[in-house]
Every structure is written in C-alpha cells, then in structure tokens.
Ligand binder design. Structure first.
Ligand code: ACO
Length: 433
C-alpha cells in the first residue's frame, strides 16, 4: 500500500525582515514533515544553513523508509525483518530498483541476466594485476568500476533508456562480484578463478575467492542475508555521493565508483573493518572494557567506539538486531568460537549501561556484529567494506535511477555562506612578508 505524498493543508509562516513569508509544508507517505524552502532565496535573499545536513531533506524518494526513533526500516514499504527472513539478495535488489517484487519469470530473467555478466574485460584483469598486493581492495574496486566506462561507451551516454538501465544494473551486479573476488585473489598472489554460473550469487563469489565449489549452504545463506541488510539505507553518505555525482550526468560507472569511495570512510561503511581491528586491539592489549570505554569517552583521545552510533537511529538499528541474532546462529552452525564475539558482547553490554552512551543515544549499528560473521565465514578483514559495497550497489542504482527519472531533475549544487577575507589586494611575491 502506498499513500501519495502530499502538500499539507497549511503552510509554515516565517517572519523575516519585517515580512511574512509562507513556506509550503510537504508531508511524506509515512507522515514525515518538511518545510519546502525551494523558493526561499528567490523570495527573501536568505538560504538555509545546515552543516552536515542534520535537518535537510535533499530529495523525495519512494525507495526506503526509516524511522530512527522507532528503529523501523522498510524497502519499498516491506519491513526489513520480513525481507531478511523471506526474500533473497537478488530479489530485494529487484525490489528496490524496479519498485515491486518480481513475478517468477521476471525474477528468473533478472537472475540469469546478472549471471550472464560473469567476466570482466581483459584490460581490467591486467589493471588489477598492476596494483601492489598490499592495495586495499576498495581502492582496486573503485578504480575498476570507473574503468568499466572505457569498455562500455554505449552505457556512458548522457541519458540512458530503459534497456540501457536494465543492462547497467545487471552488468554492475554481475561484474562487481568478479572484480571484488579478483581484487582479493590478487592480494593473495593467486590466479583468478572463472565464475561458475551454476552457483547462486553468494556461493559463486565465495568460490571465486577461495576456489572451493562446495560452499556450505549456511555460509551462502548468511552472506545473502548480510547483503540484503545493506541493500539501501536512504540518503546516507555514499548514496548522497552517488546522487551528487550522478546529478552532473556523469556516467553510471563513475557515479557508482563515487559511492564506493564515500563508503570506504571509517565513519561510514569502513566501520565494519574498523570494528574488527578495534576488537582485536582490545584483545591483544588486554585492556578491560571499562578502560577502553574511558579512552573513547575522552574527547582528546580521538578514538570512538566503532560500530556504535548513527546519524538517524537514536533507539536501535533494526539491522544490528537481525545481525546479532544471525551472528550467534552462524557461529553455532559452523562450530566457530570467536573470542572477539565475546569481547563485542561484553563491550556492548557495558556501553549500553554507560551514561555517556545512554545520554547520546548511541547504540550498536549494522557494522558492530557484521565483521564477526564475515570472519566466521572466512572473509578476510580488508574485504568487509567491499562486501558492504556489493550489498549497497542495487540501492545506489535505484537511487540514481529514481533521481534521473524524477520530473524537475536538477544538478545537485548546495549553497554556502562565505566567511573568508573580503578586501585583499594582490602583492607581488618579492614584497610579501
Ligand atoms: N563513540 C564515542 N562517541 C561517539 C560515537 C562513538 N561511536 N558516536 C558519536 N559519539 C558522540 C560524539 O563524540 C558526540 O559527542 P558530544 O555531543 O559530546 O560532542 C555525540 O556522540 C554525537 O556524535 P556526532 O559525531 O555529532 O554524531 P553524527 O550523527 O554526526 O555521527 C556517526 C554519526 C558518524 C555514525 C558516529 O556515531 C560515529 O562516528 N560512529 C562510529 C563509526 C561508525 O560506526 N560508523 C558506521 C555508521 S553506520 C553506517 O554508516 C553504515
């Protein structure tokens, strides 16, 4: 069911420079309220100032809804809990990109089309081999993605038609898996392994990484759920980067590569790797939780409790809840005992009772436990953020498609308030002090 977004019955009144201005109210289909300021500057000369976009809605979107206070996340109106339990990564990718659950034949065609992109150009394979073995796989992935534009000029035209968009999502979902696995193989000094179309998406990825075709059902299923949980998360940093870059009509490969770059940062997707490194450090140093948390709470230390806190979730992150349960079950099924899981649980329990975290509404986010599952599944630490990128790709594609198809589409170009010098005059270099 979808309720149409609508302009509210009343407008907001703003009194500025002794003048009353009416600003339309916009109400979303889940009741979110916004003041529409698109005419503010033209009518008043003022712009809004909102560093970090804390209170700015950059777009309207019908893809993902999240309520940070209640801990709700829905893809196209479907609760994440239902999708994670009943759907698959490829089906939820179809859902966010096309806006509806596929019929059987649509789903089959989508899966087959993705599987048909089971290889990457020879030049990209050579490019991967040119990277130092120590290169972070996110660097390799970002470079590979933007390089794909050189081999796909037909998809680099300014406005893609429906067929080209269908090709772009299938091609990128097929090839990101190959590029990610090959980046890993190269870092290990190992030869590339050809994709096997008879395997499901996640099993094929693990096969290309490890060479083992007998991927356990539980491993493939756990990976699939993790990818589902990452599919989309409305206007986060990487998705906003995708919209920003795509709004200049940069080609789709450059646009998605920008999303990978933004995701890499430790305050965003890079947190999953940072969490594991943090847990390992706590273990190696023998520091107690209290000592570590004291360090985190000291603003001069520069350290944070990685995997905790979220710009929007101020109660709990529903993805973290699902992952925590999955984590216990995966480790039990695989018979893995990981001391880092005990440390994570201990740390969480202490932090959730600590006044510092309670007052700031800081809870475990999606990255707190995901790394422990990846580790149990045999995915190396520096591949964690790559896994996130694979999961988020369909969301980026859906957000880009929605943006370019929206009536009134415009390049994204925020304003600023200049605070620098105002009246300098040029002085020749020899005369400068
Ligand atoms: N550890 C310690 N203190 C924290 C943490 C943390 N993880 N997160 C926030 N705080 C504190 C801040 O120091 C600040 O305290 P103050 O009010 O005394 O100055 C307050 O909580 C608010 O923090 P902000 O940084 O202003 O919150 P913001 O919404 O800008 O940041 C973010 C959200 C980046 C996720 C932050 O919580 C963080 O750095 N977390 C750790 C990194 C992380 O896990 N990132 C993954 C996020 S999920 C995702 O992107 C997939």
């Amino acid at each position: 069911m979808s309720a149409a977004q609508k302009l509210g019955p009343s407008s907001a009144k703003l009194r500025l420079d002794d003048k009353d201005i009416d600003l339309p109210i916009f109400i979303g289909s889940e009741g979110e309220k916004a003041i529409d300021v698109t005419k503010l500057r033209a009518e008043t000369g003022y712009v809004t100032l909102d560093s970090g976009y804390m209170d700015t809605g950059a777009c309207t979107s019908a893809i993902t809804f999240l309520d940070g206070e209640l801990g709700i996340l829905k893809y196209r109106g479907y609760p994440i809990e239902e999708i994670a339990e009943k759907s698959s990564f490829l089906e939820s990718s179809y859902l966010v990109f096309y806006g509806k659950l596929p019929s059987e034949s649509e789903y089959k065609a989508f899966v087959q089309r993705i599987a048909s992109f089971d290889d990457i150009p020879e030049g990209i394979k050579q490019q991967i081999k040119c990277f130092p073995k120590t290169a972070h796989p996110m660097a390799v992935l970002s470079a590979n993605l933007v390089s794909l534009s050189a081999w796909n000029e037909d998809l680099c035209t300014q406005d893609l038609n429906k067929d080209q968009k269908d090709t772009a999502i299938a091609q990128l979902m097929g090839q990101i898996k190959v590029m990610a696995a090959y980046a890993y193989r190269h870092s290990q000094g190992k030869d590339f392994i050809k994709s096997d179309k008879s395997l499901d998406y996640c099993s094929d990825f693990v096969y290309m990484m490890t060479g083992d075709k007998n991927v356990k059902k539980e491993v493939a299923k756990a990976l699939d759920v993790l990818l589902i949980l990452h599919v989309d998360h409305e206007q986060n940093c990487s998705t906003s980067s995708v919209r920003m870059v795509g709004s200049s009509k940069a080609n789709i490969f450059a646009t998605i590569s920008a999303g990978v770059d933004a995701l890499w940062g430790p305050l965003h997707g890079g947190a999953n790797q940072a969490v594991l490194e943090m847990l390992q450090e706590i273990k190696d140093s023998g520091k107690g939780y209290e000592a570590f948390l004291a360090e985190v709470k000291d603003k001069n230390s520069g350290s944070r409790l990685m995997g905790f806190g979220h710009r929007v979730y101020k109660n709990f992150d529903p993805r973290a809840k699902i992952i925590k349960v999955a984590c216990d079950s995966v480790l039990q099924t695989l018979g893995v005992q990981d001391p880092l899981l005990d440390i994570a649980k201990g740390l969480e329990a202490v932090a959730l009772k600590d006044e510092y975290f309670v007052a700031r509404k800081l809870y475990p986010n999606v990255d707190f436990y995901s790394g422990i599952i990846y580790r149990a599944l045999g995915i190396p630490t520096n591949m964690f953020t790559v896994m996130f990128a694979m999961g988020r790709l369909p969301g980026w594609m859906a957000q880009w498609k929605e943006m370019v198809e929206q009536p009134g589409f415009k390049i994204c170009r925020p304003r600023q308030i200049y605070t620098g010098d105002t009246h300098n005059h040029y002085v020749a270099i020899k005369d400068r002090k």
